[in-house]
Design a binder for this molecule. Sequence first.
Ligand SMILES: Cc1cc2nc3c(=O)[nH]c(=O)nc-3n(C[C@H](O)[C@H](O)[C@H](O)COP(=O)(O)O)c2cc1C
Length: 221
Amino acid sequence: MLFDADNKGLPFNPFKALVAPRPIGWLTTISDAGVVNLAPYSYFQAVADNPDIVMFSAAPQLEITENGMNFLDSGKDSQTNAASGGEFVCNMVSMDLVNAMNESSAHHPADISEPEFIGIEMTESTYVKPPRVKEAPAAIECVVVDTYTVQHRGGNHRYTMTFGEVVGIHIKDEFIKDSRVDTAAMQLVTRMGYDEYAVLEKAFSLSRPDNDPLLSGFVKS
Ligand SMILES: Cc1cc2nc3c(=O)[nH]c(=O)nc-3n(C[C@H](O)[C@H](O)[C@H](O)COP(=O)(O)O)c2cc1C
């Protein structure tokens, strides 16, 4: 079947179910007033390495009223805080943290600190001010290096991408095996479409036919 802007052949847009699974960046930021903010973003990805760069993409702030939802002119808290503070932390979400991650996505005003509200323990980061989730299997400390407003051909709102250069990575010791990260052991939660998620728990290895960066020793990672 074909689904496009005119052919509403399905009750829900299949886009997010197909560009899947998407990693979840569970982002910590700090507001100008010093409030620690925590929220999940699945428009989140590694976009470059050496130096390592990640990106998250945020819709405008939502207003939820009795009559429904409206997009406002302002950005969501994670984006606003990352822009003003210049730093964010991407906490990775393991299966045991999935409910806390989901709870932290509720739309709270900027003066509510999600970690306090949902009762999740934070710990200091090393190179940036926003703290990290203590029980996260890994946390990536980032300094904002760029932003980009995503253009389109028409619609009612625009997403803003925030790019962060990685300045530090914390990994729980139990997930380091033979000097490599055992990603599958972390049971990372990923996002699909609708209300669906998937857990990453099985890995397989494949060597490149030529110029394999690992075998050639060209890269350290
Ligand atoms: C798994 C998951 C992924 C999400 N990904 C995004 C995203 O990529 N971009 C976005 O704008 N909102 C996303 N949301 C919604 C935000 O988490 C939600 O609007 C949240 O309240 C934003 O918080 P903030 O204003 O504190 O940044 C996601 C929600 C969930 C549960």
